[in-house]
Design a binder for this molecule. Structure first.
Ligand code: NAD
Ligand code: TYD
Length: 337
């Protein structure tokens, strides 16, 4: 049994990963999260009193705070999710992306080295590879050609992790995954935004011609890949994970409307995102062969499950949209500290 320090565990993928670790492994989990707008402790209400789980509020870019976290909790493994993650926000202001994604990652690497962390798992993205034309796939050897401030800051963090392996012989693995979807995704990203807007009778804003392609992966398939990389990955290696589910945005939006029994008149074409990457597609054959990993959900199964979840969990996303979720920490945690 190990002690995992999971950064960004109050976000979408981190909260799904923590739930998986508590139910399918004997590991202890410390969830380290500063609770930005994307951090939502209501993602974890079902496990917040689990005996192997603890939440710690802290900013990964603050070296003093991180020294205390590492000295107090003495993690064996760091699984690093914490990031600014939304491309549109990075277009408006890149500064927080550099601070959290680049500086924050270096602070965690420094503390992990000083405190003799056994393994550092860095959760990255296919977006570091840039954009594809109509053909081809990203492999782990594809050069990084990040196009947005978000992906550039993630590429910077990947290089810092690589440098920690090369220079300090740290045991780090990097995972790069395609677009995730599923329960607890913040409704600013395509799929949950479209579901919530459709249910509230609002317009569904499709950027440009709607023909940009993403390779969609159900979030628990990504979490299983991160776990496989943590357990079986080789130090210094990069592992790609994709969902084997390339779809045009417009197709995804129409499928959501169909599953909800709503009409396509809600679709609204809007001005394209600046620098909008056209197509992402992953070659995951390395992870399949060496980590014995494969995605379990087809896009059709995953989207159905996701739509059902957002239908059932309407209070969860309504509290996100009104901002009420941000009171949860004050109500449930502040008095305990
Ligand atoms: P998210 O935005 O839902 O969650 C990010 C979490 O990090 C939040 O809980 C936030 O409070 C926390 N955080 C932000 N700044 C912090 C700081 N300074 N200190 C501590 N915590 C901080 O993100 P997500 O979609 O769950 O993505 C998680 C990771 O996976 C990110 O590194 C992202 O780049 C990567 N990734 C995401 C996708 C995707 O489709 N969402 C795909 C591939 C890779
Ligand atoms: P997003 O969920 O923001 O993920 P990413 O930009 O990291 O791939 O967007 C997925 C795709 O959907 C992307 O091509 C942009 C597009 N999109 C829209 O068309 N409308 C929207 O309102 C949003 C948020 C995204």
């Amino acid at each position: 049994m190990s002690k995992l320090l999971v950064t960004g565990g109050a976000g979408f993928i981190g909260s799904n990963f923590i739930r998986m670790m508590l139910s399918d492994s004997g590991h202890e989990v410390v969830n380290l999260d500063t609770l930005t707008y994307a951090g939502n402790l209501e993602n974890l209400t079902d496990i917040e009193r689990h005996p192997r789980y603890q939440f710690v509020r802290g900013d990964i870019a603050d070296p003093v705070a991180m020294e205390e976290v590492f000295a107090t909790h003495k993690p064996d493994v760091v699984v690093h999710f914490a990031a600014e993650s939304h491309v549109d926000r990075s277009v408006l202001d890149a500064s927080l992306f550099v601070r959290t994604n680049v500086t924050g990652t270096q602070v965690l690497l420094d503390k992990s080295r000083a405190h003799k962390v056994v393994r550092f798992v860095h959760v990255s993205t296919d977006e570091v590879y840039g954009s594809l034309g109509a053909w081809g796939y990203f492999t782990e050897d594809t050069p990084m050609q990040a196009n947005s401030p978000y992906s550039a800051s993630k590429a910077g963090s990947d290089l810092l992790v690589r440098a920690a392996v090369h220079t300090h012989h740290m045991d780090c693995v990097i995972t790069r995954c395609s677009n995730n979807y599923g329960p607890y995704q913040f409704p600013e990203k395509l799929i949950p935004l479209m579901i919530a807007n459709a249910l509230e009778g609002k317009q569904l804003p499709v950027y440009g011609d709607g023909k940009n392609v993403r390779d969609w992966i159900y979030v628990t398939d990504h979490c299983a890949g991160i776990r496989a990389a943590m357990e079986r990955g080789k130090a210094g290696e990069v592992y790609n994970f994709g969902g084997n589910a390339e779809r045009e945005n417009l197709f995804v939006v129409k499928e959501i409307l169909r599953l909800l029994g709503k009409g396509e008149e809600q679709i609204h074409y809007v001005k394209d995102r600046p620098g909008h990457d056209r197509r992402y597609a992953m070659d995951s054959s390395k992870a399949r062969a060496l980590l014995l990993w494969e995605p379990k959900h087809t896009f059709e199964q995953g989207l159905r499950a996701t739509v059902d979840w957002y239908l059932l969990q309407r209070p969860w996303w309504e509290r996100v949209r009104t901002g009420a979720y941000q009171d949860y920490y004050k109500q449930q945690y502040a008095n305990r500290c």
